[in-house]
Write a protein that binds this ligand. Structure first.
Ligand code: F0G
Length: 409
C-alpha cells in the first residue's frame, strides 16, 4: 500500500472494535462485516483554531486523513466554505441559520466527501470509481473523477432521479446504469460489483474516507458560529448526520469547543426507517421495502449507515423525526419566497423539521439552531414547478400595469 494516509490514523469497526491499518480499500470489518470509522490519535496533537489556514474543506487538513505529501495534490473544485445564513423573514426574532450546501461546486454537500475520497482513490492508483445514487452522489463523483482523470460508473434507480442531477452526470461523462428498483437495490448492485472486482473503487458512504470530508461542515459551523444547540440534518443513507456528529466530537476531544450540539435527523414520512424506530423506541431501524417521497434524494428504505446515525442521535441526546411531502414542499416554497434560498426538496426537509419542532415546543426560538440545506433547488426543476405561483398570461403592458397597481396597494 502506498503511503497515502497519515501515520496517526487507523480504521476501527464500530460493532466489534477490531482495529486495522488505514487501508483505503477496506470498507467493512473483516471479522464481523460491521461499518468502519476513521480514528486519529490526537494524544500528541496540539491544535488551536489559529492553526487552520486557507479556505474550504482543506482548511482543516490537520484533521483529515491524507498524508502531508498529498496536500498540494488534492483533487479539488474548491468545495466547502458554504454560506451560513441567518433566517430573517421565515422565522422572525429567532436564532436559526441555514448552512447552505447547495453552494458547493456541484450543488450539494457530497463534494466535501468526494474531494477527500477521490484524492485517496487517485493516489492509490484507482482507474474506475463506482456509486449507487439517488442523484447527488452521482453528480459529485462524476465531477471529481473527471477532475482526477479517472472513469466513473453510476448506478441509478430508473425514473427516480431528479432531472438536474442526471443531466450533471451526463455532462461529467459518467457511465450511467439505470436499474429497475430503488436506491437500496442500486447499492446492493454496487456492493456485489466491488466484491467481484476489488479494483473498482466504491464511493458510497460505507466508504469511511468519504465521511471524513463531510465532517468539515461541523468545523465550519463551530468556527463561524460557535456550538449550536441543535443541528438539523436531512437523513437518507444516514452518512451525513454521522459525519457531522463525528466532526463535532473531534473538536470536543481536541478541546476546540466546550460542548456538543444535539443532532436531529429528518426523514420523509414515506421513507422513514430511522424516524419510525425512534418513535417506537427501537434500537434498530424499521426498514421500508418501497420507499416513496417527493424528496427523491432521501428516498431510501434501508440506510446503510443506520448504526452510526443512531449512535449520533443517542449520544447527542437528539432525535429523529418525520415530515410529510406537503411539509417539505411548503418549507421549500417558504425558504425560496421569503429568504431567497434555493433548496431541493430533501434539502428543505431540515427546515420542515425545524418548523415542526418549533410548533411542538421541542425547540424554542431562543435556541441556536443550524438547519443543513443539503442540495440546490436547480437540481430538481420538476419539484419547483409543483409550487403554485402567480403566473399570468398577458398581451399588453397596460394589463401588467393595471394588475401591478392592485398588487402594490
Ligand atoms: N440531502 C440530499 C440533497 C441528498 O442528496 C442526500 C443523499 C441526503 C440529504 C441524505 O444524506 O444519505 O448521508 O443521509 N443523497 C445520496 C445520493 C443518497 O445518492 O445522492 P445521507
Amino acid at each position: 500500500m502506498k503511503n497515502v494516509v497519515k501515520s496517526n490514523v487507523k480504521l476501527k469497526c464500530i460493532s466489534c472494535g477490531t482495529e486495522y491499518p488505514p487501508d483505503p480499500r477496506l470498507y467493512k470489518c473483516r471479522k464481523c462485516g460491521g461499518l468502519l470509522t476513521v480514528e486519529y490519535d490526537f494524544s500528541k496533537a496540539k491544535i488551536s483554531w489559529n492553526d487552520f489556514e486557507g479556505r474550504g474543506v482543506w482548511r482543516y487538513k490537520q484533521l483529515l486523513p491524507p498524508s502531508e505529501q498529498l496536500y498540494d495534490k488534492t483533487v479539488t473544485l474548491h468545495e466547502g466554505d458554504t454560506p451560513l445564513i441567518k433566517l430573517e423573514n421565515l422565522v422572525t426574532q429567532s436564532n436559526v441559520y441555514v448552512k447552505f450546501e447547495g453552494a458547493n461546486p456541484t450543488g450539494s454537500f457530497k463534494d466535501r466527501g468526494m474531494t477527500v475520497a477521490v484524492t485517496l482513490a487517485k493516489h492509490i492508483g484507482s482507474r474506475l470509481v463506482i456509486v449507487a445514487s439517488t442523484g447527488n452522489t452521482a453528480a459529485s463523483v462524476s465531477a471529481y473523477a473527471s477532475r482526477a482523470n479517472i472513469k466513473s460508473a453510476i448506478v441509478l434507480p430508473r425514473g427516480k432521479v431528479a432531472l438536474g442531477k442526471l443531466a450533471q452526470s451526463i455532462l461529467h461523462g459518467a457511465l450511467i446504469f439505470e436499474i429497475e428498483g430503488n436506491f437500496d437495490d442500486a447499492l446492493d448492485t454496487v456492493r456485489k460489483v466491488v466484491e467481484i472486482n476489488p479494483e473498482i473503487y466504491p464511493l458510497n458512504s460505507f466508504n469511511p474516507w468519504r465521511l471524513e470530508g463531510q465532517k468539515t461542515l461541523a468545523f465550519e459551523v463551530a468556527e463561524e458560529l460557535g456550538v449550536p444547540d441543535w443541528v438539523i440534518v436531512p437523513v437518507g443513507n444516514a452518512g451525513n448526520i454521522s459525519a457531522i456528529w463525528k466532526g463535532f466530537k473531534e473538536l470536543y476531544e481536541l478541546k476546540l469547543i466546550p460542548k456538543l450540539p444535539k443532532m436531529v435527523g429528518v426523514q420523509s414520512e414515506g421513507a422513514s426507517p430511522l424516524a419510525t424506530a425512534f418513535e417506537r423506541g427501537l434500537d434498530e431501524p424499521v426498514f421500508v421495502e418501497k420507499p416513496e417521497t417527493i424528496a427523491t434524494a432521501i428516498r431510501i428504505g434501508r440506510p446503510i449507515n443506520w448504526p452510526k446515525a443512531m449512535m449520533a442521535v443517542k449520544e447527542s441526546k437528539g432525535l429523529f423525526l418525520k415530515v410529510s411531502d406537503r411539509e417539505i414542499v411548503d418549507a421549500m416554497a417558504k425558504l425560496g419566497s421569503m429568504e431567497g434560498i434555493d433548496a431541493e426538496p430533501a434539502g428543505a426537509s431540515s427546515i420542515a423539521g425545524y418548523l415542526k419542532l418549533l410548533e411542538q415546543g421541542v425547540v424554542s426560538k431562543k435556541d441556536k439552531v443550524v438547519c443543513v440545506v443539503t442540495g440546490h433547488a436547480l437540481k430538481d426543476p420538476d419539484a419547483m414547478l409543483r409550487i403554485s405561483v402567480n403566473r399570468i398570461i398577458v398581451s399588453k403592458a397596460e394589463a401588467v400595469e393595471t394588475i401591478l397597481k392592485t398588487v402594490s396597494q
